[in-house]
Design a protein around this ligand. Structure first.
Ligand SMILES: NC(=O)c1ccc[n+]([C@@H]2O[C@H](COP(=O)([O-])OP(=O)(O)OC[C@H]3O[C@@H](n4cnc5c(N)ncnc54)[C@H](O)[C@@H]3O)[C@@H](O)[C@H]2O)c1
Length: 428
C-alpha cells in the first residue's frame, strides 16, 4: 500500500488480516515511526486491535523504504491523496504521479499497479502512458479499484462492502485481484469487473449521487421550516420507498469530509474536459456552499443577531461522528465567522483538540462535555457522536435562558419544550 492514510492504512490492515503480507509505505516518516511504535495516527474504531495483531505476526510491515516494499510485492496499491488543485475544481494528481515516477525505476518483474485513490476517468490511461516501457515488456498491468469505505465504519465497510469494483482489460490482473478479494466476496459482496475508465467513473458517480441526496433533503428542510412540516417525517416517508432508500436522507449541516466536496468538484471538471455539462452536480456544489452560510445565519438569528461576547458551545466539530477528520467540516467556516464576530467559543469533540482552531483567540477546546457547556448561551450540536444523544442540558448549563441549536435533529422538540428549553432544529 503506497500512502498510509485513512484508505491505505485500513486497507493494508484488513488485507493483512486475511493472511496476506502487506507493506504499508508512507513518505511521512513520522507516521511510519508512530505505527512501528504501536501508535495509530488516525481515529478509526476497531483498527488498533487488528493492526497490532497483524503487526505482531509480522504480516503487516510499516516502512518508508518504497523499493523494498515494491520488490517484495505482487500487487501495488496507490492510496495517496487526490485533493482539489488550488483555485480550480480539478483533482490534483501530483502525489499519484510522484509515486508513478518512482515506480518506473523499480519494477523488473510482473506487478499489478492498482489505483485505490479516487482518480478522474482516464488517469489509468495516463499512468499507463508514463509506464509504457514496462507495459510493453508485460511487466505491469494498471487497474482501477476505487475504495468506498466510510471513515468511522471503515473496517466493516472494507471487510463487507456492497461491492468490489475492478476496472481492467487484463484477464491475468482480474484473476489475481479476484482471488485477493475472494474471502470478502464470499461474504456476500458483489465483485464487479468493468473497464478501467468505468471503474474510475463509478466512484465519482456514486459520491456525487450521495452528495445530491444530502443536498436535496437539506433544501427540503428549508421548505419544511417555512411550511411547518417536520423534515424527519419527510425523510421517513420518502425512505420507506425502496427505490429511494432512507440513507443519506437526513437533513443537517452542509456535507463535508475528505471526499464529497472534492469529488463533486472534480467530476464537474472532468465533465468540462469532455465538453459535458453536469448541471445537477454543479447545483449540488452551489447548494452545499450556501448551506454553510445559511446555518451560520440561522445561528446568528437564534442569538437575535448579537454574537459579541456570547458563549457558544460546539458539541462535535468533525464532519461526521467516529472520525477525527476535519477536512471541509462545516464547523470550520462557522467557528471562524463566530470568532471574527467576537463570540466566545468552547468546543468538545470525542476525537480531541483540532489544529484548525488552535490559532483562533476566542476558541477553546474543553476536555469534556460539562466544561464546554457550563457557561453556554447557546449549545450547537454539530456532529452526531453517541456521546451527545442523551444529554441533560439543564444539569450541564449554569445559565437559565440558554438555547440549543440541534443541527442533527437528535432531540425531540416536544420534549425540549416540556423541559422549557429554547430548542431549534433544522427543517422542523
Ligand atoms: N478518506 C476516505 O474516507 C476515503 C474513502 C474512499 C476513497 N478515498 C480516496 O482515497 C485516497 C486517499 O485518501 P485518504 O483519506 O486515505 O488520504 P490521506 O491524506 O489520509 O492519506 C494519504 C497518504 O499518502 C501519503 N503520501 C502522499 N504521497 C506519497 C508518496 N509519494 N509516497 C508515499 N506516501 C505518500 C501521505 O503522506 C498520506 O499519509 C484519496 O484519493 C481519497 O479520495 C478516501
Amino acid at each position: 500500500m503506497i500512502g498510509t492514510g485513512y484508505v491505505g492504512l485500513v486497507s493494508g490492515v484488513c488485507f493483512s488480516d486475511l493472511g496476506n503480507t502487506v507493506y504499508c509505505v508512507d513518505k511521512d516518516k513520522s507516521k511510519i515511526d508512530f505505527l512501528n511504535n504501536g501508535i495509530i495516527p488516525i481515529y478509526e474504531p476497531g483498527l488498533e486491535e487488528i493492526l497490532k495483531r497483524n503487526h505482531k505476526q509480522k504480516r503487516l510491515i510499516f516502512t518508508s523504504d518504497l523499493k523494498k516494499a515494491v520488490n517484495n510485492s505482487d500487487i501495488i496499491f496507490i492510496c495517496v491523496g487526490t485533493p482539489t488543485k488550488k483555485n480550480s475544481n480539478s483533482a490534483d494528481l501530483k502525489f499519484i504521479f510522484q509515486v508513478v515516477k518512482k515506480l518506473k525505476k523499480m519494477i523488473s518483474k510482473y506487478k499489478i499497479i492498482v489505483t485505490k485513490s479516487t482518480v478522474p476517468v482516464t488517469t489509468g490511461d495516463k499512468i499507463e502512458k508514463s509506464l509504457i516501457n514496462l507495459k510493453n515488456r508485460k511487466l505491469i498491468d494498471i487497474v482501477s479499484n476505487p475504495e468506498f469505505l466510510r471513515e468511522g465504519e471503515a473496517i466493516k465497510d472494507f471487510s463487507s462492502p456492497d461491492r468490489v469494483i475492478i476496472g481492467t482489460d487484463s484477464k491475468k490482473a482480474n484473476k489475481i485481484l479476484k482471488s485477493l478479494y475472494m474471502p470478502i466476496i464470499k461474504k456476500n459482496s458483489r465483485y464487479f469487473h468493468t473497464s478501467r475508465r468505468g471503474a474510475e467513473l463509478i466512484k465519482y458517480a456514486s459520491n456525487a449521487f450521495l452528495a445530491t441526496k444530502i443536498s436535496y433533503i437539506n433544501e427540503l428542510a428549508n421548505l419544511c421550516e417555512k411550511a411547518d412540516v417536520d423534515i424527519k417525517d419527510i425523510s421517513i416517508g420518502m425512505g420507506l420507498d425502496q427505490r429511494i432508500g432512507d440513507r443519506f436522507l437526513r437533513a443537517g449541516p452542509a456535507y463535508g469530509g475528505s471526499c464529497f466536496p472534492k469529488d463533486t468538484r472534480a467530476l464537474i471538471d472532468t465533465a468540462k474536459q469532455f465538453k459535458t455539462n453536469l448541471a445537477i452536480v454543479k447545483s449540488v456544489v452551489k447548494s452545499n456552499n450556501k448551506r454553510k452560510i445559511l446555518l451560520t445565519k440561522k445561528l446568528e438569528k437564534i442569538l437575535n443577531g448579537k454574537l459579541r461576547n456570547k458563549n457558544i458551545t460546539f458539541l462535535g466539530v468533525t464532519f461526521k461522528p467516529n472520525t477525527d477528520d476535519m477536512r471541509e467540516a462545516s464547523s470550520i467556516p462557522m467557528i471562524e465567522y463566530l470568532n471574527k464576530k467576537d463570540s466566545k467559543i468552547r468546543y468538545y469533540d470525542p476525537s480531541g483538540e483540532k489544529n484548525e482552531f488552535r490559532k483562533l483567540k476566542n476558541v477553546k477546546y474543553c476536555k469534556n462535555i460539562s466544561s464546554a457547556c457550563i457557561y453556554s448561551d447557546l449549545i450547537v450540536l454539530h456532529t452526531e457522536w453517541n456521546d451527545f444523544k442523551l444529554l441533560n442540558f439543564k444539569n450541564l448549563v449554569k445559565k437559565n435562558n440558554f438555547k440549543v441549536f440541534d443541527m442533527r435533529n437528535i432531540y425531540s422538540p416536544l420534549k425540549m419544550r416540556s423541559l422549557k428549553i429554547k430548542y431549534f432544529g433544522v427543517g422542523r
